[in-house]
Design a protein. Structure first.
Length: 131
């Protein structure tokens, strides 16, 4: 067993995955063992106080399933979309000299596509809150 773990890892055969498989088996086994152990040794008394939802000691009031305006979710999705756009600028900013003019035109095309999307969002009125 030790010999298999100390094998040359530069070769590309199925034996090189043995340490990963052993670690995965140990991890799954440990999680299963601990879950079973806590289930068997844990308290079994279910009272009404234990079955109530805990909300940081604050008394609950009303229903949590109240309707909410879709504008909040739409704004959050648009924020994530344009935030991810900014993340794509970082590799260009780091390597802009090496990318040359072809990289410049690619980034310009990328910005153009997002500008078209932004204009579409504005024309559809997705950011108008006065309704």
């Amino acid at each position: 067993m030790i010999h298999l773990l100390q094998a040359d890892l530069t070769t590309q055969n199925s034996g090189s995955y043995l340490p990963v498989a052993i670690q995965l088996i140990f991890a799954v086994g440990l999680v299963t063992f601990l879950m079973l152990l806590t289930h068997l040794l844990g308290p079994k008394r279910k009272t009404t106080d234990k079955l109530q939802n805990f909300a940081s000691g604050i008394e609950t009031h009303g229903d949590a399933r109240q309707p909410m305006a879709i504008k909040y979710f739409l704004t959050a999705i648009l924020f994530v979309l344009f935030d991810v756009e900014v993340i794509f600028f970082y590799p260009y900013a780091v390597n802009f000299k090496g990318l040359g003019w072809s990289g410049f035109w690619a980034v310009l095309l990328f910005v153009g596509f997002f500008l078209c999307g932004f204009i579409y969002i504005i024309k559809k009125g997705a950011l108008k809150w006065e309704e």
